[in-house]
Design a protein around this ligand. Structure first.
Ligand code: HAM
Length: 420
């Protein structure tokens, strides 16, 4: 009998269960390994922060801040927010803990749930997980290249080859105002043809018109001025050096001058990794430079760059493209009768202490049904113990994958797995 029960997870929030959890762990382990080899250390900032941290950094006129934050008052009437992303928290943490006093660059990674009140759809959730990295202190394009190449290694380690790297530079406070002016001029006599959202964006953040997904806006902006043609000398040099380093590192990329990103803190380099197998929510990772944010948070002038990977989307891609082997018990002990039951518990105890995964059959059920369970669990080996085995001091073992079998003395069990 099955029943749905009385309660359901909230819309856009999901339980992550076995066997999927093994894929999640595989992704987390790969991240830990690869990021550590580039000198990134883990940090764990809180999930809830003061609301202004996000408003100040992500930007008042962004979709996230305008529409998507889980913001409420705590019991002391302070406005707090479930983090919609990690960068703002990490910058707050970097400044608050004076991490800028440590030798530069300081490199950190984090993982955990983020919250955005978006319209849920395939690949888009209200609670989703990110693994992110942030590097503080280096203004050099070599750091941008290092970070992008690290992301590529991480994806390759997971077996994800069919992804596209898009890069862009959105300039700095010196060259962006002029570019904004030229965009405003370009769209001024085309306003009537833009979607209502873009008409609104025109007034507050015209760059966002460049990544609108509405067909007529895409057509309308085909001849719009390109940010990459408006970069100041320093931004241009920075971007050219990055592209040349990506070439040396053999990272395949396309320059997408329309990629402006939905968060306001970016300066210069922005990048995104997409996959065509994912439908409309096709960005699996994204990031960029944010050279002004540490200063805005009250720290010293500190250039910084990072990215975040969307866990659900990576896991979805892995489910589609890579064959997974899920962990299975090393041994299933089928046992019949009371003395065999007691002996089995002792054997299981000893072998589990050696780090092996041991499952015990239910003594009250038939050998046949115990063997069925061993099969279902895909146990590697089965031991069968009954009165005869207790009396003779020997038990039968079987390897389920190829039905190889044999006998082993009860006193030698602890060494059974050593030679396997
Ligand atoms: P973001 O582009 O907002 O950037 O998010 C990064 C990734 O998180 C996306 O590419 C996507 O894979 C995943 N993601 C975002 N929203 C959702 C959602 N509602 N459901 C499922 N997955 C989602 C940031 O968050 C920046 N903090 C990245 C960064 C780090 N920039 C510099 N450092």
């Amino acid at each position: 009998m099955s029943s749905d029960g009385r309660y359901k997870a909230l819309k856009g929030m999901q339980d992550i269960l076995p066997p999927d959890i093994y894929i999640w762990q595989k992704v987390e382990n790969a991240a830990r390994e690869i990021f550590s080899s580039y000198g990134f250390k883990e940090i764990r900032p809180p999930v809830v922060e003061s609301t202004d941290i996000f408003v100040r950094s992500i930007g008042e006129n962004t979709d996230i801040v305008e529409k998507e934050m889980y913001t409420f008052n705590d019991k002391a009437e302070r406005s707090i927010t479930l983090r919609p992303e990690g960068t703002a928290s990490v910058v707050r943490c970097y400044v608050e803990n004076h991490l800028y006093n440590l030798p530069s660059p300081q490199k950190y990674y984090y993982s955990g749930p983020m919250f955005r009140y978006e319209r849920p759809q395939s690949g888009r959730f209200r609670q989703f997980y990110q693994i992110g990295v942030e590097s503080f202190g280096s203004p050099h394009p070599a750091m941008d290249a290092d970070i992008i190449s690290m992301l590529r290694h991480f994806l390759l380690r997971l077996g994800l080859k069919e992804v596209k790297f898009q890069v862009n530079s959105i300039g700095c406070e010196r060259c962006r105002p002029d570019y904004k002016e030229s965009l405003l001029a370009f769209f001024s006599d085309r306003l009537g043809n833009l979607c209502p959202d873009c008409r609104r964006r025109y007034g507050i953040n015209p760059l966002r018109i460049l990544d609108c997904k509405v067909e007529r806006c895409i057509e309308m902006r085909a001849d719009a001025p390109r940010i990459t043609d408006s970069l100041c000398h320093d931004c241009r040099t920075h971007f050219d050096r990055l592209l040349s380093l990506l070439g040396i590192l053999k990272v395949e990329y396309i320059v997408n001058p329309d990629m402006v990103r939905g968060l306001d803190y970016y300066t210069r380099t922005t990048f995104e990794v997409t996959s065509e197998s994912l439908g409309s929510q096709n960005a699996v990772a994204a990031g960029g430079r944010y050279d002004r944010l540490v200063k805005e948070f009250g720290g010293p002038e500190t250039p910084a760059i990072g990215f975040a990977v969307g866990m659900e989307r990576i896991v979805e891609l892995l489910k589609k493209s890579v064959r997974h082997e899920y962990p299975a018990p090393n041994l299933f002990i089928a046992n019949i009768g009371d003395p065999a039951g007691k002996k089995s518990i002792l054997i299981a105890d000893e072998l589990r202490n050696k780090g092996l995964w041991i499952e015990l059959g239910d003594n009250e059920t038939s050998l046949k049904s115990q063997m069925r369970r061993a099969d279902k669990l895909s146990a590697e080996y089965v031991f069968i113990i009954g009165d005869d085995e207790i009396n003779s001091g020997k038990l039968k073992w079987k390897r389920l994958s190829d039905s190889t079998n044999g006998e082993i003395s009860l006193s030698e069990i602890s060494s059974f797995f050593i030679n396997k």
